[in-house]
Design a binder for this molecule. Structure first.
Ligand code: UD1
Length: 338
């Protein structure tokens, strides 16, 4: 495999993966509609790697645009990041979430089949485990009802791709269940750049760190966890990116459908994260304890044995490195990527 189509390749995880692909000798081709990303990421990828990847400013739901890309490039595999991803917004706009996330995936697979492209990596999420019966979760554990339409789209797309691979065993699909991606490129050129007030913990902390937001709200300190705050598995985005390259190598063995957790295997509480961020960056993160956030669970972290065994991949960076890189990005881009 050489030419890899990356949908959503200018986003937080997509852009980092594009960098990793280039560094590993692949040729990424990006399709992104800039809904949740900036065109200015493209020259930054070049600044890091020396390579300016081919970029199509199109929507993945646009079947004709997809056909044009597959005609113009001999695509060997696809990594599908593009999709709506805000949990809260998905509750307000379920129709938009279901149609965009499902239709883009269906059209993408349709066009892949037309062009005989048989390798697909899908960005799934630990959210498919819903409220897990036990942690750490393994890929074999049962999936539980999602608490929001965003999570449902991940669950549904997993099912759809599973059925497609079952019907055509030569169609290789990897479902990668990401835990909580954080951090940024060590150069400070790429990182998490949410629109408006961040929903996720790390970008929120980073904006408090530079004084853009006044304090962090910690959603609940009465969970059944060691310090009462929520526990998650935070994975450095550079590790997550390398997990995709390891998965591409696995797809070359024609495995059919494969599923991997991409996490560190280690749980960290909100309070531990605040302390780690303060210590790593020598900053103060004021916080207030607030009621639990609807839909949140006490703890979720990954059993990562399968990825280690079958992909030879493990996360290399810890949360300290991620806190350093997140702060570095935030300082260099106080108002996001311009
Ligand atoms: C959320 C989504 C998940 C999605 C992931 C993407 C929910 C229920 N889940 O995961 O589906 O795949 O983002 O990154 O929203 N927290 C605070 N204060 C804040 C923000 C967060 O205390 O301002 C706490 C949360 O209560 C949680 C932890 O920090 O315990 C992590 O939250 P977050 O970064 O939003 O990720 P998840 O909720 O795990």
């Amino acid at each position: 495999m050489k030419n890899i189509l990356v949908t959503g390749g200018l986003g937080f995880i997509g852009s980092e993966t594009v960098v990793c692909l280039i560094e590993e000798g692949y040729t990424p081709i990006i399709i992104d509609n800039l809904y949740n990303s900036k065109k200015a990421v493209l020259p930054r990828i070049k600044e890091i790697t020396g390579v300016l990847p081919k970029f199509y400013e199109n929507d993945v739901t646009d079947e004709d645009a997809l056909r044009k890309i597959f005609k113009e490039n001999k695509i060997d595999g696809v990594i599908h990041f593009a999709g709506y991803k805000a949990v809260g917004e998905s509750v307000q706009k379920p129709l938009e979430y279901y149609s965009n996330n499902l239709i883009s995936t269906l059209k993408l697979v349709k066009v892949m089949k037309e062009f005989g492209v048989k390798n697909l990596i899908f960005s799934s999420s630990a959210t498919v485990y819903g409220l897990p019966k036990r942690v750490p979760v393994t890929e074999e554990d049962e999936l539980n009802e999602a608490t929001n339409p965003y999570g449902e789209t991940k669950f549904m797309i997993e099912r759809i791709l599973g059925d497609i691979s079952k019907a055509d065993p030569s169609f290789n699909v990897a479902l990668l269940r990401y835990f909580n991606p954080i951090g940024g490129h060590p150069s400070g050129l790429l990182g998490e750049d949410p629109n408006g007030i961040p929903n996720n913990l790390l970008p929120y902390i980073s904006q408090v760190a530079i004084g853009k937001l006044d304090h962090l709200n910690i959603f609940g300190d009465d969970y059944d966890t060691p310090d009462g705050t929520g526990v998650r598995d935070y994975i450095h985005v550079v590790d997550l990116a390398s997990g995709h390259v390891a998965t591409l190598k696995k797809l070359e063995t024609n495995p059919g459908l494969v599923i991997y957790n991409l996490g560190t295997g280690k749980g960290t509480s909100v309070l531990e994260m605040v302390k780690a961020y303060e210590k790593a960056n020598n900053v103060k993160i004021p916080y207030e304890i607030k009621p639990r956030r609807a839909g949140d669970i006490a703890a979720n972290y990954a059993n990562v044995d399968k990825a280690k065994r079958e992909l030879g991949w493990v996360a290399k960076y810890d949360i300290v490195q991620a806190c350093l890189d997140a702060y570095n990005f935030q300082k260099k881009n106080p108002d996001g990527i311009k």
